[in-house]
Design a protein. Structure first.
Length: 413
């Protein structure tokens, strides 16, 4: 395909999908806002969360009102051609202000109420509030009778007052994006960030970098009109998909830390529940345990983990009194002699001692209240002990090395 053919294909592709372009990022941004909304409502006093919520709401509104169908509907309802222009530009300018307020909250910390922070916040609100007022004043002074749904920026690029309005919103947007991108890029390179937060910041940085390309395309097309050239395709065909991709990346930047940390937390709970399975199955063989933890379909992962941990500790409180501390010390020495690391040797020794207690436990639990060794250490090591039980050959080798007989109780999976 030659260059001319490629250009015609690109133009036709954008023209065909242009009406639905804007609803894709609007939907993604709305999903991001829906995910964040419960936390924002619960922690409303948090300035950072309020700034995030305002930014997402404004970004979603921009893409809803910039859709050609919405532009035509607003113009028709008000009876004023192109009144959607100052309205959309006002939303975009407010979005820029929300970006800067978010950076102020991030940079200065949630508890910072200093005079400098309040002064910076007031400055952002006053400057971008003044820009919004100026946009409406310039539109009121301009003469723009021909409705333009896609190319208003270039069509009216040389029209008095409309020209100034278009340039004003582009410069305000570019300034805010530059500052936001620079601060995010500086932050993402700092040490000690959570991995999910770091990836979220990278997506945010990429989204704001694309915003700079959006501004460059728009400004280039407008300046070309001033010089008598025609680069309208940059405004009508290049800038819209860049804006959509930018919005998707920004939404992902806000979603990823929240969703990633949530899913990671759920995974850790499920993994901990699975890791306790060998020790849980072993202790279910002890008489008087009533068959283990009752199963509940409505029980969440956290509740199931808590129930399993409680069951294990309850049984160990009784069984631990019969644990042979001398055997455990010998098993630990045996494990160290076999080349295991100290922590691993400690877990294997505890597993071997518990196995011995299970094998020698009496058939009744009449002497549950008798004294015995301190079980505190065992109760704190149930995860490591359960992992050790997944290697029955290692436990068996440790027991034999300590002079204890091989176990007759099944361990592992």
């Amino acid at each position: 395909m030659d260059i001319v053919g490629a250009g015609e294909f690109s133009t036709s592709f954008v023209s065909e999908f242009y009406p639905s372009f804007w609803w894709i990022p609007a939907t993604v941004l709305a999903a991001a806002l829906a995910i964040k909304l419960p936390t924002i409502i619960r922690l409303w006093r948090d300035p950072l969360l309020r700034a995030v919520g305002g930014l997402l709401l404004l970004a979603c509104s921009v893409f809803v009102f910039v859709a050609p169908s919405t532009i035509a509907r607003v113009n028709r309802l008000t009876g004023v051609p192109n009144i959607s222009a100052p309205w959309v530009y006002s939303l975009l300018t407010a979005f820029c202000g929300a970006c800067l307020l978010l950076i102020i909250a991030w940079r200065n910390g949630l508890s910072d109420r200093s005079a400098a922070t309040r002064r910076a916040t007031r400055r952002v609100v006053s400057v971008y509030g003044g820009v919004i007022v100026a946009l409406w004043v310039l539109f009121a002074l301009a003469d723009a009778p021909v409705e333009r749904l896609r190319d208003l920026d270039t069509y009216y690029a040389t029209t008095p007052y409309m020209r100034e309005m278009i340039l004003l919103y582009l410069l305000a947007h570019t300034t805010a994006v530059l500052i936001t991108f620079a601060l995010i890029w500086h932050w993402v390179r700092t040490d000690g960030l959570d991995a999910w937060l770091r990836w979220g910041l990278k997506f945010l940085g990429a989204g704001y970098a694309l915003n700079l390309l959006f501004d460059a395309a728009k400004l280039t097309a407008v300046v070309a009109r001033w010089t008598g050239n025609d680069l309208d395709r940059l405004n009508a065909d290049v800038a819209p998909p860049i804006a959509c991709l930018s919005a998707v990346l920004i939404a992902m930047g806000f979603i990823l830390p929240h969703a990633g940390q949530y899913l990671h937390g759920r995974w850790r709970v499920r993994l901990a529940h699975h890791e306790l399975r060998p020790l849980y199955r072993l202790l279910r063989t002890v008489d008087g345990t009533r068959g283990g933890v009752p199963f509940g379909l409505r029980a969440g992962p956290e509740l199931r983990l808590t129930r399993r941990e409680t069951f294990i500790r309850d049984v160990l409180l009784t069984l631990g009194r019969r644990v042979d501390d001398d055997l455990r010390r010998r098993c630990r020495d045996s494990a160290l002699a076999l080349g295991f690391a100290p922590e691993r040797a400690k877990a294997l020794a505890a597993a071997a001692a518990i196995l011995d207690a299970v094998e020698t436990a009496p058939r009744t639990r009449e002497d549950d209240d008798t004294g015995g060794p301190d079980t505190t250490e065992l109760l704190c090591e149930i995860g490591a002990v359960s992992r050790a039980l997944r290697r029955p050959d290692e436990v068996r080798a440790v027991r034999l090395g300590a002079g204890a007989p091989g176990n007759s109780v099944a361990v592992g999976e």
